[in-house]
Design a protein. Structure first.
Length: 257
């Protein structure tokens, strides 16, 4: 507990007589500086409570594991500096406001402990009510996991189609907006091709890949001819791919005169 003792000594200046707002402000700052994980911050919060920080400061310290330095660096790499700063500001304000509201609520209900003698006890395996609740609660996560697994299995063909056929697996830049636009174009293309195969093409093309559609459908030789105020699409009837286009032509709506 050497690090916890040092951190507790540093925060001993922020005693409750400084006001509840000070603790809620300092709590997230100390969490960012210490950047411990979501489990390790609970013993540190106990040390901070024993050192004199306010109840809201303890709550804010526990909340602030989402804005520690390693996670902020991940935000910066994925979303850029501006979005990272926006997330930091928004989360900090939410943590400060939430911790202050919890402190006022608990103080009004008389739930804030009067003594500062929190102890960090090593947990051991024992048979008690939490064991029974854990056993009874395993059914809900299992049911949720089975539902997620079924949804993932149903979405795997679509995901594979987007990644390997339409280039959604290779993002063009490091900018979030450009990558999002690229992925949306890939999804729109997937939807258009799926609609074409299900509504207009033969059943043999239902599971056709874009490469096959490109060679058999999209590269069909034809010529647009304008004659007597009419536009005609001329295709070679004897060509072996002409039958691929017949369902498409028949599915087209009649021209409006």
């Amino acid at each position: 507990m050497g690090a916890e003792s040092i951190l507790g000594s540093v925060l001993s200046l922020f005693t409750p007589d400084r006001g509840q707002t000070v603790g809620s402000v300092v709590g997230p700052v100390m969490a960012v500086i210490s950047f411990v994980c979501s489990v390790r911050n609970v013993p540190l919060a106990a040390v901070l409570w024993n050192s004199g920080i306010s109840f809201g400061g303890v709550i804010a310290f526990i909340f602030a594991d989402l804005i520690v330095i390693p996670i902020l660096d991940i935000y910066r790499k994925y979303y850029g500096v501006k979005v990272m700063l926006f997330i930091l500001t928004t989360f900090y304000a939410a943590m400060f406001g939430g911790a202050l509201a919890i402190e006022f609520l608990f103080q009004a209900l008389g739930l804030i402990p009067g003594e500062r003698k929190a102890r960090v006890v090593e947990a051991t395996i024992s048979w008690n009510y939490t064991t029974v609740l854990n056993i009874c609660g395993t059914g809900i996560p299992n049911a949720c996991w089975n539902g997620i697994a079924k949804r993932r299995a149903a979405s795997k063909p679509c995901t594979r189609f987007l990644k390997h056929e339409l280039g959604a697996g290779v993002l063009p830049s490091k900018r979030f907006g450009a990558d999002a636009a690229w992925f949306r174009v890939a999804v729109i293309t997937h939807n258009l091709l799926t609609g074409l195969k299900r509504l207009a093409l033969l059943s043999a093309f239902l599971n056709a890949r874009p490469k096959r559609l490109r060679f058999l459908i999209f590269t069909t030789p034809a010529r647009l001819v304008e004659h007597a105020r009419h536009t005609t699409l001329r295709m070679v009837r004897s060509w072996n791919r002409f039958t691929n286009w017949l369902p498409v032509i028949r599915a087209l709506p009649a021209p409006v005169l």
